[in-house]
Design a protein around this ligand. Structure first.
Ligand SMILES: [Fe+2]
Ligand SMILES: [Fe+2]
Length: 326
């Protein structure tokens, strides 16, 4: 029998971004930072691990990386509950004036529309990691994970997502409710504007957060479902905890990939690590655990951003044979 007075722990991690030297681009430092964090996680006396997405560098076009990430997690000796990130299944869909459109607002050769998520990719991810949306209870804590970026996509997974999210407030209530998503639901406030991806001053806000009206609808459902802790990754930069309408929002550090948007706030954390959550009778204490390897970048090759498949050069792979895009 579980004694509810017992203290126990669960872990959260996100943005491990494991890549491969068989690809057109690779950052050995990211793999090395993640390997250290995973070794630390394996030694934790935890009941379970939540992974908040972006397990891969380019899983969106490399099935190999999805399989590699699934194999990699097999050494963790407790249950793992995973949601996808955009690098695993594709980006939030790019719409301009209501139409999906090629758009490269910063002139960086980013071709987001070509990396819009697809139903097939979401299905592939689910084959390896289980349902995209999940909710379960453990020791009087409800855990919920979902990929909110499907909102507005029109894919079959969007219908499944809303049906799932609408069901949450009806479920049996528990002492705590912890939710995991990949994108930030909003940058600062649920009522902030609908960011314009064609405006270069707003593009980052558009790219990193969920757009109205989905943002407000999700927020309302999470509050009605009595979520009290919400983890968001994707930006790779941690911000101070935000408390809003009874929800503690943790915008978290990455488990290997570089922090972004660091020029806009005074308080942020760019270190690599994971989150140890200690549950006692009345509360959940979330603590950042520093990864044992904070190595600098080394041996990096290949382009940044979101290059088109036809612009990639796989002949530069440092391990043979190179993989190829699916
Ligand atoms: Fe990421
Ligand atoms: Fe991401």
């Amino acid at each position: 029998m579980n004694n509810p007075r017992d203290q126990w722990t669960f872990l959260h991690v996100n943005d491990s971004h494991m890549g491969t030297p068989r690809s057109y681009r690779f950052r050995p430092a990211v793999n090395q930072r993640w390997a250290a964090i995973k070794a630390q996680i394996e030694k934790e006396p935890a009941d379970l691990l939540l992974h908040g997405g972006d397990l891969t560098r380019d899983g969106q076009t490399h099935r190999f990386e999805i399989e590699q990430a699934a194999d990699d997690l097999k050494t963790i000796p407790f249950p793992i509950h995973v949601i996808p990130g955009n690098m695993d299944v594709g980006n939030k869909h790019t719409h301009v004036n209501g139409k999906k459109k090629r758009w490269d607002p910063l002139g960086l050769g980013w071709h987001d529309p070509e990396l819009n998520m697809t139903s097939e990719r979401l299905d592939l991810f689910a084959e390896h990691f289980g349902d995209i949306n999940w909710t379960f209870t453990h020791r009087d804590v409800r855990f919920t994970g979902f990929y909110a970026a499907v909102a507005g996509s029109g894919l079959k997974q969007e219908d499944q997502f809303w049906e799932f999210l609408e069901s949450l407030p009806e479920l049996e209530s528990t002492r705590h409710h912890v939710a995991v998503m990949h994108y930030w639901l909003f940058m600062e406030d649920p009522e902030e504007p609908d960011w314009d991806l064609t405006d270069e001053d707003e593009y980052d806000n558009w790219y990193f957060s969920i757009s109205p009206p989905h943002r407000q609808r999700i927020w309302e459902l999470l509050t009605r479902a009595q979520v009290d802790i919400l983890f968001c990754g994707h930006v790779h930069t941690a911000r101070p905890v935000q408390e809003l309408e009874g929800i503690r929002i943790y915008r978290t550090q990455a488990a290997g990939n570089t922090a972004q948007l660091t020029d806009r706030w005074e308080e942020y954390d760019t270190r690599f690590g994971y989150h140890r959550c200690t549950v006692t009778e009345g509360q959940i204490n979330v603590e950042f655990i520093l990864g044992n390897d904070q190595c600098e970048e080394f041996g990096t090759y290949g382009p940044l951003g979101h290059p088109r498949v036809e612009d990639r050069d796989y002949s530069v792979a440092t391990e043979q044979p190179p993989i190829s895009p699916d």
